[in-house]
Write a protein that binds this ligand. Structure first.
Ligand SMILES: [Fe+2]
Ligand SMILES: [Fe+2]
Length: 279
């Protein structure tokens, strides 16, 4: 069995921004080189979307991956067409094929790279749901269900956990939310982060990477089962740290878009802005 790629690209929220995505794919791939599968692992809010705009985005991303000799594996964020994803059947290895070069990793999907167990767990809460329409730009399947959480928990430990949302055990200070975000969605978001924390506590990863907050940071924190190396990624349009290159053998981050991130230690990360995606 192949040990998997030695180096991969990891990227956060692209929100269907084809211009940004295709440029990022080109830059990431140029740093991965040829000779092994060039894989970009995407942390959700990738850009699965209904209608022509969604198809055009996938077509442009697929073409860019083809030009780069790369493929992209993504977990679902909250801003995805979950109805479309639900209609895709998993292949023999559990991944769902979206195009010839784009694969969705269903919640709870596990695989091994360089001797480590990796776990994918997408999902998140749209805090701006109050302004969205079910089936058009919001889908109830955005949240990790109790059943999905139980199944992942029952499947046991993993070394690396790849999520869209950020578990509640990783503290952040957020600016005051916009007045139009509903209290119900804020509560739903808190509950979702707690659910993800409970899953992480059962899985006990040593590394965790996520998107969704549109805020780049790295911290090494004790979440109750020893040190966890946490990396959060910014979104499309970010000045830095929307993507990075990871050595999967020694779990060392080689290069971040724009500039290196440095560990913030044990402090609480501050978010300085709220980014509302264009979708
Ligand atoms: Fe998100
Ligand atoms: Fe996002």
């Amino acid at each position: 069995m192949s040990p998997g790629p030695r180096r991969i690209g990891v990227a956060g929220d692209w929100h269907g921004n084809a211009r940004w995505a295709t440029r990022a794919i080109k830059r990431i791939s140029s740093r991965l080189g040829r000779g092994e599968p060039a894989i970009i692992l995407h942390l959700g809010d990738f850009g699965i979307w209904p209608d022509g705009s969604g198809r055009a985005y996938l077509s442009r991303v697929d073409a860019a991956l083809g030009d780069a000799g790369a493929e992209l594996w993504f977990i679902d964020g909250n801003h995805e067409d979950h109805y479309m994803l639900s209609r895709l059947s998993p292949g023999p290895d559990g991944r769902r094929r979206v195009t010839s070069r784009i694969w969705h990793l269903p919640r709870g999907h596990r695989w091994r790279w360089q001797g480590r167990a990796w776990l994918a767990l997408g999902g998140g809460v749209s805090l701006d749901k109050a302004e969205r329409t079910p089936g058009r730009d919001w889908w109830p399947e955005e949240e990790i269900t109790a059943e999905q959480a139980s199944a992942v928990t029952a499947a046991g430990n993993a070394d690396v956990m790849v999520t869209h949302d950020c578990p509640a055990g990783i503290a952040h200070r957020f600016p005051a939310p916009p007045a139009w975000w509903s209290h119900a969605d804020l509560a739903r978001n808190d509950a979702h982060r707690r659910r993800l924390q409970a899953v992480a506590k059962a899985v006990r990863p040593r590394w965790l990477m996520h998107g969704h907050l549109h805020y780049a940071y790295q911290r090494r924190i004790d979440m109750g089962w020893g040190a966890v190396h946490v990396t959060g990624f910014d979104c499309d349009g970010a000045e830095h740290s929307n993507w990075a290159i990871l050595d999967t053998a020694d779990m060392r981050w080689e290069c971040f878009q724009g500039r290196f991130l440095t560990y913030l230690g044990k402090g609480v990360a501050h978010r300085t802005r709220i980014h509302v995606p264009h979708r």
